[in-house]
Design a protein around this ligand. Sequence first.
Ligand SMILES: [Zn+2]
Length: 434
Amino acid sequence: MRFALVCVLFIAAPVAAKGPPKARRVIVWSIDGFAAGYLKHPEFRRLPVWQRLLKNAQVFESVETTYPAVTYPAHTAMVTGRPAAAHTLRSNHPVDPFNLSKGGWTWFLQDVAGKTIWDIARTQNRRVANLMWPVTMTETGRIRYHIPQFDRAKGPEEIKLMRVLSTPGLHREIEKKTGVALSEYSSDADRFKAALYLWQSKKPDIMYLYQPGLDSLEHAKGAYAAEAFDHLAKLGTEIETMLKLIRKAHDTSILIVSDHGFMTYKGKCYPNVILQKLGYIDLAKKTWDYWFDTAGGIARLVDNSSQFEFDHAAVKKEIETACPTIAYVHKGHADFSLLRTEYSGDAEAFLVSRERVILNAAIASEIFDAEATGHTHGFLPEREDMKTVALLFTPQKKTGVRIKNVADVFRATCRLAALKCPVQKSAATAKKTP
Ligand SMILES: [Zn+2]
């Protein structure tokens, strides 16, 4: 019985006809904000470097992301195989109504529930390099070559901090050999330089590389702007450089992944203004009973161990009156069970924007700003404009890799790296309501 249980709990790694599976090497390379729409866009299809790359890749053209469609939950799904409701990293920011963390992000791996690839690989004696993958603030001993993602400041003091947070000596070594002193403000080109050095000098089995440059451009200019195509052309050249480097090593795959698409919003709703008005948040005393944790186009109600009953009818009425197109989702609504399964298992209510209005957690002077506009994501992942992509370059003829959801990146990495990974509930296989 014990043996049978083990078989059920582990994904079968690719097994050679004789002997144990051959250890393979993988680069998991994230281009933040690589929206699915690029692959079909004529400007993108005209880029010679991408014409060559697309011919040689297994292309996953439409990949659904997490609830919410934001960076940290999506990247955490890629290293756990779980939806946000299960890995519990539900936002880029902590629930922090009075900003005690001074603008903190959800950087810390201790907030992730379930096994992560970092621990799975280490316990199977595989050496992992991490170049600033989101949500990797943890003890340096957990990841063999470790540069976490963190961002508190700019300039030389931040570089000193990054040296302390990384594998002892590694940050300084990369700087000495490549001239790149890594921080959150390092360009994609500098991150690539550091990755080339790490891959060649340390020879890790698995390397995670995170590049945020495209996402930053998209927030500023929108998706499909001329600058975005120029940037993607540069990234394509970097991918070609890495492919040339690994060509002779027939044991290495490159998996290009991303976390969400992009949209242009019009109108901003501040739901916590209503909770304050109804007495659930006391600004003077700095206490709160309930709070809407927002993530772009969706939000969840967080209960701070409140003694008070929440008045769903009153809040629903106020929000739907003040914020056009925002739906209040609680028990009985068609989307309630889906949001609980994928996003937050214990929330009593959610807010959903199906059009172009964005949600913001700040306690602003008004409930709704009709004129606010900008470029972002964080809406329902089923929307076409939130879909993203993945591309696999591998010497293997048949990989069996399928990526329909960002959580499938976990399973793909395990397969390509011949890691034995526990089966964790996948967002792709979660039961969905229409
Ligand atoms: Zn992102």
